[in-house]
Design a protein around this ligand. Structure first.
Ligand SMILES: [Zn+2]
Length: 171
């Protein structure tokens, strides 16, 4: 037994449909996000399942995803400092480069502990061939989507105001 056990986050699923989502998420952590576990996403320790008796002779499947505990929800993105927002988007870029588009990137799926930030909840994720050609960084200029290379990432960077254009577009 280790002297300083690290807390875990457990995600439960009850029944077939939610189990399918949990299995999908476990597969993504295991097969795609391994390179960014512990940096952009929590460390993943496996999917466990069992059957529990319910009524008469029926049983229900219960699943549990074991992840490293990485803190609580960040709250509203707009309250984060710009460098923190840029760091978060760099992590989202790392996930894209693993071939995964999150599909539900929102405050409820970002957790933080101290300065450490992680993206969680991949059951809406899909495969993605990312064409990003630029680093994600604070800038006073908004790059063209074609120069940036990935529309999904571009939209998140734009929406989170890490590019603070000095120009006002009147149209
Ligand atoms: Zn991308």
């Amino acid at each position: 037994m280790t002297e300083n056990p690290k807390p875990l986050a457990l995600k439960f699923a009850y029944g077939k449909d939610l189990m399918r989502d949990l299995r999908k998420e476990a597969k993504i952590y295991d097969e795609r996000l391994e390179p960014v576990q512990g940096s952009a996403v929590p460390n993943f320790f496996g999917l466990y399942k069992t059957k529990i008796p319910v009524k008469d002779r029926f049983v229900r499947i219960v699943g549990c995803l074991l992840l490293e505990y990485c803190g609580e929800s960040v709250g509203l993105f707009e309250y984060l400092e710009v460098p923190t927002r840029a760091l978060l988007l760099k992590k989202l870029r790392d996930i894209h480069l693993c071939g995964i588009m999150h599909g539900d990137f929102a405050e409820r799926n970002v957790v933080m502990q101290g300065d450490d930030i992680r993206i969680i909840d991949f059951h809406h994720a899909s495969r993605h061939k990312c064409g990003v050609k630029m680093e994600v960084a604070e800038s006073r200029r908004i790059p063209k989507t074609s120069d940036f290379g990935c529309v999904d990432l571009w939209i998140h960077c734009y929406d989170m105001y890490i590019w603070r254009s000095t120009y006002l577009l009147l149209c």
